[in-house]
Design a protein around this ligand. Structure first.
Ligand SMILES: NC(=O)c1ccc[n+]([C@@H]2O[C@H](COP(=O)([O-])OP(=O)(O)OC[C@H]3O[C@@H](n4cnc5c(N)ncnc54)[C@H](OP(=O)(O)O)[C@@H]3O)[C@@H](O)[C@H]2O)c1
Length: 217
């Protein structure tokens, strides 16, 4: 299966979901778009040049082969609990960063220092759901600024245990206007989550192209 014969869905139309919708559309990628507020989803879809089809979350889960779940960690856990075995066989894309306000204008991790939301979520998914950690390494404004960057594309890192699922998401990263670089399996998720060593808000600290990305890995 390639990305062109897969049905892709974005669930969640907040900052990152709506940004990804815009970048997928700019890359000519068709997708289902699902939020809790259908009117808000229709507004996001209106600027997607006919590439987005607004559906309910139930319908997105039923129809999509690749589900980009653009919600916060706790909501993601709830969606896994709600849809459970319906996720088997699907590629589940996790852009989440386990952070929250620190009360002093900054951020703090909302899980243990050595924990990653990617691994927590992977542990909650039913066997047979194929998770890929991706689209969380740049902020929404940086995604907007760096998409389809010339002369060299900006990198988006991803992590996957399942090679075929990783390849599909790499294609999706390209559709969004970025150069996909795999960091390894899901046990590397923490590196590409916020405050991780390969994150824009972490030791790497910036948008990179392939040569710098490979040095950093
Ligand atoms: N913002 C960024 O720059 C950025 C970049 C990379 C990664 N991330 C990560 O992406 C995740 C989302 O961040 P965000 O900034 O996009 O948050 P956000 O703007 O608050 O959006 C979250 C969205 O999730 C929706 N949602 C929650 N539960 C849902 C459900 N059961 N079904 C459908 N939609 C649901 C919310 O809908 P309602 O409005 O109905 O509550 C809201 O639209 C976080 O883990 C964040 O760390 C964010």
């Amino acid at each position: 299966m390639t990305i062109s014969d897969s049905t892709v869905a974005i669930i969640g139309i907040g900052n990152i979901g709506s940004r990804l919708a815009a970048e997928f559309a700019a890359g000519g990628q068709d997708f289902l778009l699902a939020g809790r507020d259908a009117d808000a989803a229709l507004k996001v879809a209106a600027s997607a040049g006919g590439h987005a089809e607004v559906v309910s979350v139930d319908e997105a889960v039923r129809r999509a082969d690749v589900l980009v779940i653009a919600v916060w960690l706790d909501d993601f856990k709830q969606l896994i609990a709600q849809y459970g075995e319906q996720l088997i066989g699907k590629v589940i894309v996790d852009p989440s960063n386990p952070i929250g306000p620190d009360g002093a204008g900054g951020f703090r991790k909302t899980i243990g220092e050595q924990e990653s939301s990617g691994q927590i979520l992977a542990g909650l998914l039913p066997a047979g759901a194929r998770m890929v950690k991706a689209f969380g390494t740049l902020s929404a404004p940086s995604l907007k600024a760096a998409a389809r960057q010339e002369p060299e594309r900006a990198v988006l890192f991803y992590a996957a245990d399942d090679d075929a699922a990783g390849d599909l998401v790499a294609d999706l990263i390209q559709s969004a206007g970025f150069d996909p670089v795999r960091v390894g399996g899901l046990d590397q998720s923490i590196r590409i989550e916020m405050l991780g060593d390969l994150h824009e808000v972490g030791a790497l600290g910036r948008v990179v192209t392939r040569a710098d990305a490979l040095k950093a890995i």
